[in-house]
Design a protein around this ligand. Structure first.
Ligand SMILES: Cc1ncc(COP(=O)(O)O)c(C=O)c1O
Length: 376
């Protein structure tokens, strides 16, 4: 019986061709493909008034985004505890401290009412993360930020290709980040990007991603380098490689079919699992959404048994995520009431979702879950 993984990248002839071309070019580091990928992202999200910087990973994008916003030692950053570990580590890497906020029980995005109670004199920035198929209330986020005079880092690692009230994700936030890691909606093998409002922030990011060197991007994007340069800021080796950008470009060209397929699969899951009393499906019809993962919630007491039952039938499941405040490293961090997060962390379960996944595969997963709960 074929094993069904939780994630499976869509690698087709286009990606093989793109890789070959990038390798044949012989300029393996940051170069022309990176510039093309940044332009492609900007076009795709329709952000003509924004600046895009591609970097090596989503984690690097988070770290640099925080630094560009001026986050540093002594500052606090409010983040949902129900978030990816990369966000917590990026905050620590700046010298700032994470402050853990709860999530809303339906959207699983940050609970802004609870965030109000966490704002203090040291709060510099709030991270808001779209948990996949239900987006944050970004109008309220903007209002929150302007009232409290804090910056916003919008973690859109899950929502590349989605729209909020008709606007593409990435086109309207203070600072927005994407991840193109191996399992994301589109992959660069590894990669990330920042969408910024100002040329000045772009310049900072361009230097920081190249270990602080003031190498002109215009030169590098012609697959050349300047041999002399200055160094004015702290830097990291966080640039994106040409080969990765070439793969990203091939993937970007397929967004329409990727988006359509993933949305249809999630609707199918909702339709065929939504009536089970023990299963809570996402409360959305996926309109304007390009889903990255499909999750359900099941009673805490049944989750492990369900996972084992599915595993025996060759079906993998995932857990996104263990909340941040459960980890040893973050136990002492300031936090508010995290009762929803504590519950959701024990109930959440990710089901297999791949671009162009076959209906027979979805049916196998659905039957497995139905059989488990219906005692077959
Ligand atoms: C919400 C979220 N933010 C950030 C990241 C980090 O991205 P990357 O894996 O590209 O470093 C991930 C990765 O899974 C994520 O899910």
């Amino acid at each position: 019986m074929e094993q069904i993984p939780v994630f499976k990248p869509l690698i087709e002839q286009e990606e093989f061709n793109a890789s070959r071309q990038a390798l044949e070019l012989g300029w393996l580091g940051m170069g022309s493909y990176v510039g093309e990928f940044e332009d492609g992202l900007k076009d795709y999200i329709g952000a003509a008034d924004r600046y895009v910087a591609a970097v090596s990973t989503g984690h690097a994008a988070l770290h640099l985004g925080l630094l560009a916003a001026g986050v540093g030692p002594g500052d606090e950053v409010i983040t949902p505890s129900f978030n990816n570990a990369a966000d917590f580590q990026a905050i620590l890497a700046t010298g700032a401290a994470p402050v853990f906020c709860d999530v809303d029980t339906d959207s699983l995005c940050i609970d802004l009412d609870k965030a109000e109670q966490l704002v203090g004199a040291r709060t510099k920035l709030i991270i808001v993360m779209d948990y996949d198929c239900i987006l944050c209330d970004h109008d309220r986020v903007a209002d929150f930020a302007s009232r409290h005079k804090v910056r916003v880092l919008h973690d859109a690692a899950h929502t590349f290709g989605s729209k909020y009230k008709g606007k593409m994700i990435g086109s309207f936030s203070d600072i927005c980040m994407f991840s193109f890691d191996p399992v994301k909606t589109i992959t660069c093998i590894d990669g990330g990007a920042l969408v910024l409002r100002t040329r000045d922030e772009l310049r900072k990011i361009q230097e920081m991603r190249l270990i602080g060197m003031t190498q002109p991007t215009t030169v590098m994007y012609q697959n050349q380098r300047a041999w002399t340069y200055d160094m004015k800021s702290i830097g990291f080796r966080y640039h994106m490689a040409n080969l990765h950008a070439a793969i990203g470009l091939a993937q970007l060209g397929k967004m329409a079919k990727i988006s359509e397929s993933r949305r249809a699969s999630c609707r199918y899951y909702n339709q065929h699992l939504g009536d089970l009393p023990e299963v809570t499906v996402p409360k959305t019809n996926f309109e304007e959404i390009t889903p990255f993962l499909y999750y359900i919630r099941v009673p805490e007491s049944r989750r492990d048994a369900l996972r084992s039952y599915l595993k025996e039938r060759g079906i993998d499941t995932g857990i996104h995520w263990q909340p941040g405040h459960w980890f040893t490293l973050f136990k002492e961090c300031r936090r508010g009431d995290l009762s929803v997060t504590d519950r959701v962390g024990k109930e959440i379960l990710s089901l297999p979702l791949h671009s162009l996944i076959r209906t027979e595969t979805l049916d196998r997963v659905i039957s497995g879950i139905r059989d488990f709960f219906e005692g077959r």
